[in-house]
Ligand binder design. Structure first.
Ligand code: HEM
Length: 296
């Protein structure tokens, strides 16, 4: 019999067994760190090394927040229940990058507490980012088994639903500090939109498993909202008609718009769902046949 693994043995599951899924998750979480180490020379010779690192840490915080939120749909679409085992690891990993992001920001301010407080309280994008950070810290602090028991399942779940507000604040922070091209933030917003719509539809239909048709419909809606959101955003920022921006979505020479990218990503999920449900149906058909063969 295997005993409970030590808390630092992140590659072992709750029963103490080596888990390849956890190893993959750890490798994924370490990737940005290793990448930054590999590019250390280029970063050090860049114009603003610490700023470069701040951007990297902030970007990966957002990416891992999205990956953590993607566990629920992928668990259901891929019929892959074990994914739940890495959700906490990914969530805490996300917070580690957020902590590094803020630590680097403090280093950039030469650890001058007065300056740090002044910056955070006088810049809107830092007030928004700081609020998101405090939210993430609260979720990370309450992610232990002891805190789950202390809070009780209902209160714990309600508290952790704050992750949607945190994601929204993180996206606003991302848009606020982006000076020119908002293509990547818009794509990120579209992906988070898809992930949140997935939960809204699942809650509305009172199911944990959406049909292929629902997945397709929510992909189309998320993609359309991304097109409209981008057009309105560009319209307001550059004082042009959003209809003019919408009219250019088929102009591929101007770049593939984030709305198309969301459509492609969502259709990828629909394709996985179709393959998995066919696979499961075939396995269910073959099961009685295998039983008969085994009995004869
Ligand atoms: C959950 C919380 C947060 C997330 C997800 C987040 C995410 C991000 C992202 C995605 C970027 C842009 C990266 C890029 O351009 O590739 C960014 C930039 C930045 N963030 Fe955050 N952030 C968070 C909280 C904070 C906090 C609390 C602070 C400071 C107290 C902060 C300070 C900055 C700074 C200084 C920049 C660069 C701005 C510039 O160069 O003009 N962030 N953040």
């Amino acid at each position: 019999m295997q005993s409970d693994p030590a808390i630092w043995q992140l590659w072992r599951d709750r029963r103490g067994r080596l888990s390849w899924l956890r190893i993959v998750a750890l490798a994924l979480l370490l990737f940005p760190f290793v990448k930054a180490l590999a590019e250390a020379g280029a970063i050090a010779h860049g114009a603003r090394p610490i700023n470069d690192l701040i951007h990297r840490a902030g970007f990966w915080t957002l990416i891992f927040l999205g990956v953590t939120l993607a566990v629920t749909p992928f668990r259901s679409v891929g019929r892959f229940g074990q994914l739940a085992d890495i959700r906490r690891l990914l969530g805490v990993g996300t917070f580690c990058y957020a902590a590094a992001h803020v630590a680097l920001f403090c280093a950039d301010q030469s650890y001058d507490v007065g300056k740090i407080v002044h910056e955070i309280t006088h810049r809107w994008y830092l007030i928004v980012g700081g609020t998101a950070w405090l939210g993430l810290a609260a979720l990370a602090a309450t992610s232990t088994n002891g805190m789950m028991r202390r809070l009780g399942p209902a209160r714990w779940r309600r508290l952790h639903q704050a992750v949607y507000v945190i994601a929204l604040l993180a996206l606003i922070h991302y848009f606020q500090q982006t000076k020119a091209d908002v293509t990547v933030p818009t794509f990120a917003a579209g992906l988070f939109g898809w992930l949140i719509l997935y939960r809204v539809v699942a809650w509305w239909q009172d199911t944990s498993e959406l049909s292929t048709l629902s997945l397709f419909a929510l992909t189309v809606v998320a993609s359309a909202l991304t097109f409209v959101g981008e057009a309105v955003g560009i319209g307001i920022s550059f004082h042009v008609s959003p209809m003019l921006v919408l009219g250019s979505i088929f102009d591929i020479e101007a770049g593939i718009r984030p709305g198309w990218q969301i459509l492609a990503a969502g259709l990828g999920v629909v394709a996985i769902d179709i393959v998995r449900s066919r696979w499961n149906r075939r396995a269910a058909r073959e099961q009685p046949l295998r039983q008969v063969k085994a009995e004869t």
